[in-house]
Design a protein around this ligand. Structure first.
Ligand SMILES: CSC[C@@H](O)[C@@H](O)C(=O)COP(=O)(O)O
Length: 356
């Protein structure tokens, strides 16, 4: 597969700047896919937080870049501009007080994917270092902008590197099952689990991808299927409850999924339903791979039991309320390390026990 096929995929998130220094955030509005590919644009950090909460922007690595971009929009478009007028030194404490508040609000937009807080805190740390060096708020805003652009480049590089490590684990003409969307749309570009698939496909090594539809929001049906079709990788969409039958018929050679947070012991949080797929894979003797960048590993959290699990609106499960019926809608579950064959990052493929 020629790399030119990747021109068919948009960059998922991108921080941009006009000639006048005004910063903007361009993102694929994933709520509209697969019907419409629309690149939305905003200069308002609050709109980015809203896009994150409503899943217009989603997927752990994309959230890392988007959260950092939100802070940068504030710094470039609101924080640095009026503060400069009053003189940088006396205004710096107010800049930092506001930056800290915004960082917390952005980081709290969704709790499970650690990349969101990782991106935000990375920018906060940089702002402190630059301030200690005597930088003005507008210099700090410029530094944040440059850092987000670095994060965007690093994200694609990490995905391409982990793609190579992961592809080496797959048999030739592999039939791969994946859950949710851990594709280019979940990252700045290229994808994690689908980055593995794309790298293997480029060598002619993929026979077919089975995409779980992924109830309740349908990231598999709407996003993974769209991406694979766009790139030209053969794809069969299945309902989540069909995976067991597919495995029982020996139609799956490997499962490859992404991750939202990996604890120090290798336990991994990913989209709800992933744990069930891992149990099925173990039962059928199928390797189960988790592909994620290092930024998804949270070594401060000892086990998966410590990972906060987001619970979302019941309306995602039950569109019209029924009297007397409650809904439980956790967005993620935790797959114990013992069910994971290898964790694949940009550094290589590891046994989950080697994460710490
Ligand atoms: C590569 S992003 C993490 C994924 O593996 C993906 O499966 C996932 O869980 C994303 O969840 P989402 O709720 O769509 O943000």
């Amino acid at each position: 597969m020629a790399d030119a096929r990747f021109d068919r995929l948009p960059r998922t998130v991108e921080l941009v700047r006009d000639g006048d220094g005004h910063a903007g955030f361009a993102y694929v509005d994933q709520r509209l896919l697969p019907a419409r590919l629309h690149i939305a644009r905003t200069g308002d950090w609050r709109a980015v937080v809203e896009a994150i909460k409503t899943l217009a922007v989603r997927g752990a690595p994309a959230l890392g870049a988007a959260g950092a971009a939100a802070m940068t929009l504030w710094a470039c478009n609101e924080g640095a501009v009026p503060l400069q007028a009053g003189g940088c030194c006396e205004m710096r404490p107010r800049f930092f007080e506001a930056l800290g508040r915004i960082a917390d609000e952005v980081a709290d937009a969704r709790p499970t994917a650690v990349n969101l807080a990782w991106g935000v805190r990375r920018l906060e740390r940089l702002a402190r270092v630059r301030a200690d060096e005597g930088a003005s708020p507008s210099d700090i805003a410029d530094a944040l902008f440059a850092e987000v652009k670095r994060m965007e480049v690093e994200d694609e590089a990490a995905n391409r590197a982990l793609g190579v490590h992961g592809a080496a684990l797959l048999p030739s003409n592999a039939r791969v099952l994946t859950h949710c969307n851990a594709g280019s749309l979940a990252t700045v570009f290229f994808g994690t689990a689908l980055g593995v698939v794309y790298t293997a496909a480029a060598r002619g090594g993929i026979e077919r991808v089975y995409a779980d539809e992924t109830r309740p929001v349908g990231q598999g049906a709407r996003l993974t299927a769209w991406e694979l079709s766009r790139i030209g990788v053969p794809c069969t969409l299945i309902c989540d409850n069909m995976a067991a039958s597919l495995m029982a018929r020996s139609q799956v050679d490997a499962v490859v999924v992404g991750a939202d947070r990996i604890a120090a012991n290798g336990d991994t949080a990913n989209k709800i339903g992933t744990y069930g797929v891992a149990v099925l894979a173990r039962h059928h003797g199928i390797p189960f791979y988790v592909a994620a960048p290092e930024s998804t590993i949270d070594r401060s959290i000892p086990t998966g039991a410590d990972i906060p699990i987001e619970e979302r609106d019941p309306a995602e499960v039950l569109p019209a309320p029924i009297t007397g019926v409650d809904v439980w809608n956790p967005a993620f579950d935790v797959t114990p390390a013992g069910f994971i064959t290898r964790i694949i990052t940009e550094r290589g493929a590891f046994d989950p026990s080697e994460v710490a």
